[in-house]
Design a protein around this ligand. Structure first.
Ligand code: ZN
Length: 146
């Protein structure tokens, strides 16, 4: 696997997910939960969809419009959590927030391609963009717990 610490590689991965977002589709299916997320500081305006199968994240998708950072971060997120258990998905999300908040002790391994956002903490105005979809998914997963 090429190094995700290489800035040009990080940019290339972000642009690829922005131009060809994974799991971006409108969903009209009552078996999905969904949440609307938007931003006052950016064009980001998304619907995030979640379908569980028991304890397994069966599908995650999104629709709407957003900037490069928000769109690519949600696209990467969908690939990371589909097929995982709820606990695994929440663990990935928690480690992603730790990375974004520039805490030291996060698990780099499980974040895979999401490591391309490891320098986002240096741009405070992009943190909202990089987390908007992840916050929405976390809300839905935690609601599932009740
Ligand atoms: Zn944005």
């Amino acid at each position: 696997m090429p190094s995700l610490d290489d800035p040009s590689m990080m940019r290339a991965i972000i642009m690829d997910h922005y131009q060809y977002p994974r799991n971006k589709k409108e969903i009209n299916d009552e078996s999905y939960d969904s949440v609307h997320m938007d931003s006052e500081s950016c064009v980001d305006d998304f619907q995030i969809y979640l379908k569980m199968d028991g304890d397994i994240v069966k599908d995650v998708a999104f629709s709407g419009v957003g900037c490069t950072i928000s769109t690519s971060s949600i696209s990467i997120m969908t690939e990371l959590v589909i097929g995982k258990t709820k606990a695994e998905a929440l663990n990935i999300i928690d480690n992603y927030f730790k990375m974004i908040n520039h805490e030291e002790d996060y698990d780099k391994e499980i974040l895979e391609e999401a490591n391309v956002f490891q320098n986002t903490y240096k741009q405070a105005n992009r943190i909202k963009c990089a987390t908007i979809g992840w916050i929405g998914l976390k809300e839905m997963l935690e609601k599932e717990e009740k």
